[in-house]
Design a protein around this ligand. Structure first.
Ligand code: NAD
Length: 488
């Protein structure tokens, strides 16, 4: 097999590094080596930030919104033209099934450049007229300017999609970016450099530095004094470290963090819709979706029936090769993450869970034995204080508990330090909406999950995040709002 090399992309060029340090990129399906990644040290991160600062003062800083939007559109078109390259790269890095990567990751990854075009073209600012004490007129108006160089720190679960969800609005607003992809998934961010050059995005606007967090590219980037803002998606603990780094120099942050999301299933729901949707929210992408469900609360009259139906669905999640049409679930991202998920499976047993299904590693054919597989798992019978009910596992698993009243379930759903997402299933729209407005999360779905209108806000409450992205909300972070007052 061809060993690939993943280079840093700085000022429009692919660069190795001064230190010669590399790390392995492995395919989680069978743990095979995809290639080596050149870790950026301080000199490379510094070069990337300097290139991004210089680009702000060059052509990029002078072109009109219309010209920027043409480039954004061209980026989406070029990603779609090279759809298969992106698809192969994303699948090799993550092991996710082809149907998922081809329907979600790559098309949404491209669309994220297009969706902000209409928003930025029609974004307005405030303007007020007032009379001054000496009888003259004062007009004050707002102007939005780019924030500057944005540090973009990304996770591995939806690598291209979550990265362009930040880079799209950042570029639409006229910023430049230095992206630090996850060490687990360096490929699509690297490939995007070719697309930037192909469509004529000026050098230095989009840069990529590879590496880890502490004492590596992530920390070097977030600590860099010439980074003007940091947008991060990842674990809450990492978000805390990044906020500390951003405090130096008072740099603004946008944080999309962890979750411990609940689904609330009322007895009057459309049963099939609820079972099908909760199957997806628990097990899609092997449970590695920040919006995914890990706590399910089912109204007592349908509890047993629901547990039985979800068990059947979980057992039908066939693991396998990404390009095999029968494959319903891929591996988790790495050996390290597999060990973390399995440690939670062990903890659930120790804390007294009834294992309805799963709980271990599936029996895989010889060629896939070394992959990072875990079984879709369902538990019942745990108290609300149990580890798998309070902590984010980020694997294909859920605990199901019965409830008897709206107040009881609302209390349980809200008793958690996270506040990212909820899914409610009921045909009583009044009840579902009352519940939705009482749950302290950034995103609630009623009778659906993962359905998004990209013009609306996205983000978490409590320890699930700071700020909102999507539509006009993205501009709060990616621009600096200035006020001009004129007296005449
Ligand atoms: P992670 O926090 O381990 O890593 C995310 C990124 O941060 C990686 O690129 C990593 O190298 C970097 N990093 C780590 N330490 C750093 C430091 N000290 N300074 C700078 N950078 C550092 O998260 P992950 O394991 O890649 O992703 C899974 C997590 O992401 C889950 O908690 C999940 O809920 C969350 N997530 C949230 C959303 C959302 O929208 N809220 C979306 C996807 C994933």
């Amino acid at each position: 097999m061809n060993m690939k090399e993943f280079l840093n992309f700085i000022n429009g060029e692919y660069i190795k590094n001064a230190s010669g340090k590399t790390f392995d990129n492995r395919n989680p399906v069978d743990n095979s080596l995809i290639g080596k990644v050149y870790e950026a040290g301080r000199p490379e991160v510094n070069a990337a930030v300097m290139a991004a600062q210089a680009a702000l003062k060059g052509d990029w800083g002078r072109i009109s919104v219309t010209e920027r939007c043409k480039l954004l559109d061209a980026l989406a078109v070029e990603i779609n033209r090279r759809f298969d390259d992106f698809l192969q790269a994303e699948i090799a890095d993550t092991g996710k099934p082809h149907h998922l990567a081809s329907h979600v990751d790559i098309p949404r990854g491209a669309a994220n450049f297009q969706v902000f075009i209409d928003t930025i073209k029609s974004a307005s600012t405030e303007s007020f007229n007032m009379r001054t004490p000496d009888g003259k007129t004062a007009l004050s108006y707002g102007v939005r300017v780019p924030r500057g160089v944005i540090g973009v720190i990304c996770p591995w679960n939806l690598p291209l999609l979550l990265m362009t969800w930040k880079v799209g609005p950042a570029l639409a607003c006229g910023n430049t970016v230095v992206v630090k992809p996850s060490e687990e998934t360096p490929a699509t961010a690297t490939l995007l450099g070719e697309v930037m050059n192909a469509v004529g995005v000026p050098k230095g606007v989009y840069n990529v530095v590879h590496g880890f967090g502490p004492d590596s590219a992530g920390a070097f980037l977030t600590e860099h004094p010439d980074v003007d803002g940091i947008t991060f998606t990842g674990e809450t603990r990492t978000g805390t470290a990044i906020m500390k780094a951003a405090a130096e120099g008072i740099r603004p942050v946008s944080m999309e963090l962890g979750g411990k999301n609940a689904a609330v299933v009322f007895a009057d729901c459309d049963f099939q819709v609820a079972v099908d949707t909760v199957t997806r929210s628990c097990f899609e992408n092997a449970g590695q979706v920040c919006l995914g469900t890990e706590r399910v609360y089912v109204e007592r009259p349908i509890f047993d029936k629901f547990v039985a139906a979800l068990k059947l669905k979980a057992e039908a999640m066939t693991p396998g090769q990404p390009f095999d049409a029968a494959t319903k679930i891929g591996p988790v991202i790495s050996k390290e993450h597999q060990a973390k998920v399995l440690s939670y499976y062990a903890k659930a047993r120790e804390e007294g869970a009834t294992v309805v299904t799963g709980g271990g590693v599936p029996d895989m054919p010889a060629a896939l034995k070394d992959g990072c597989w875990v079984q879709p798992t369902i538990w019942t019978g745990l108290p609300e204080t149990a580890s798998v009910i309070t902590e984010e596992v980020f694997g294909p698993c859920c605990h199901i508990a019965p409830f008897d009243s709206d107040e009881e379930v609302l209390g349980k759903v809200n008793t958690n330090r996270y506040g990212l997402a909820t899914a409610i299933f009921s045909q009583d729209i009044g009840r579902a909406n009352r519940m939705a407005q009482g749950i302290r999360v950034g995103l609630t779905w009623i009778n659906s999950w993962f359905l998004r209108d990209l013009r609306t806000s996205f983000g978490g409450s409590k320890q699930s995040g700071i700020g909102r992205e999507g539509g006009l909300h993205s501009f709060e972070f990616y621009t600096d709002l200035r006020n001009v007052m004129v007296k005449f």
